[in-house]
Design a protein around this ligand. Structure first.
Ligand code: NAD
Length: 358
């Protein structure tokens, strides 16, 4: 069966890094079609909208989307609905991408890049699964109003609603258990059940779902403790599943443990395993067009695509092994360069990964 991939490079370094990931995908001997379309600021310049109809239609009919990054200084003054970042929100909403998977891997060769002691982080390999479409970020009602009673009566207040429906918790919990089954069979659910009703509800549902996965060892941790343990002993975690706001914070914290934003892939999946795959970093306008961006986060995102949306696990492992091999050879783009290693450009890094594949 031919796999269909929508390629949306976007802005800034998007084209440079996505090109390398496309070369890698193309070299695997798989039956793939890759169709490209503009997104973000580039799409706004061409079509007056960051997510043109044709781009959205391409994304919808593809099994997976390889996404670069969007945004740039020249778009910062546009009205909100035309800002490049709206393209990502539009894709998430239209495709129902509710599960965000962010691995935080620290390759032993890069252990010095972390702000933590190498022995605490070297070899770190954890997966944070964040619910992406619910929680306090989308709950209604929200807004501003005048306080009607109590100590602050008569004052203005801002308010939001934290909420999760049962099916929303069930489906993200399943993603967590299934990911844990493919790894070390340990799942930690993070919440704030000692204070929040939404979290107590979340915990009850996760426990109920766990009955379908007797082979997975489930634990629970409060968000404040999880934030602490993640810097104290991050390697004690394997798969973490959590809600939108806690996941937002924990996944950024975990990213910083690795110290190298150019290395971190991500996936956002819907219920049919259709997914958007992108590096965790932005469009890096400061280095765009200089052939110096690190393409490895995007290449590793392509590996996630092979594993989660295209069901090509062995091809995914080949790509991940090739990335390990180039690091082992001492090749580094500028962002991860240190004395004693060899500095390479974006395209040279792509060349090296291709060579390591074979
Ligand atoms: P950024 O991630 O683009 O850059 C932060 C720093 O990291 C910069 O110094 C940059 O040069 C460096 N960097 C990022 N990726 C790199 C790579 N692959 N190789 C080497 N160095 C890399 O974040 P920012 O500067 O805050 O944002 C720039 C633009 O990107 C903004 O318009 C922002 O809105 C947008 N953005 C987009 C996404 C996305 O598309 N998902 C995510 C975050 C930010």
């Amino acid at each position: 069966m031919t796999h269909t991939i929508a390629v949306l490079p976007g802005d800034g370094i998007g084209h440079e890094i996505v090109e390398q990931a496309q070369r890698v995908l193309g070299a695997l001997g798989l039956d793939l079609t890759m169709e490209q379309a503009p997104v973000g600021g580039t799409a706004y310049d061409l079509h007056g909208h960051p997510l043109p109809e044709a781009t959205l239609a391409l994304a919808k009919r593809s099994q997976a989307i390889l996404f670069g990054a969007v945004g740039g200084w020249n778009y910062d003054s546009l009205p909100r609905e035309h800002r490049p970042e709206q393209a990502i929100l539009g894709l998430r909403k239209n495709l129902g991408l509710f599960a965000n998977l962010r691995p935080a891997i620290l390759y032993p060769q890069l252990a010095n890049a972390s702000s933590l002691k190498p022995e605490i982080v070297s070899g770190l390999d954890i997966l944070i699964i964040r619910e992406l479409t619910g929680d306090i970020y989308f709950g209604q009602p929200r807004g501003m109003r005048v306080v009607q009673e109590g100590q602050f009566k008569g004052e203005q207040e801002g308010f939001d609603t934290m909420r999760y429906a049962e099916s929303e918790v069930r489906r993200i919990a399943r993603i967590g258990f299934e990911a844990a089954q493919k790894r070390s069979k340990k799942l930690c659910s993070v919440d704030k059940a000692n204070v929040l009703e939404t979290s107590q509800f979340w915990r009850d549902i996760v426990i109920d779902v766990s009955k379908d996965y007797p082979d997975v060892q489930l634990s629970h941790m409060y968000i404040d403790n999880a934030a602490m343990q993640l810097v104290r002993a991050p390697k004690e975690f394997d798969v973490i599943v959590t809600g939108n706001i806690f996941g937002d914070i924990l996944s950024d914290e975990a990213a910083m443990l690795t110290g190298s934003i150019g290395m971190l892939p991500s996936a956002s999946l819907n219920a049919s395993n259709q997914g958007l795959y992108e590096p965790s970093h932005g469009s890096a306008p400061d280095i765009a067009g200089k052939n110096m961006a690190n393409p490895l986060a995007t290449i590793l995102s392509a590996a996630m695509m092979l594993r989660y949306s295209l069901n090509e696990a062995s091809a995914a492992a080949r790509v991940e092994d090739a990335v390990k091999a180039v690091l082992e050879q001492g090749l580094r783009t500028a962002d991860i360069y240190e004395a004693g290693t060899t500095k390479v450009s974006t395209s040279q890094m792509g060349d090296a990964v291709l060579k390591a594949l074979n």
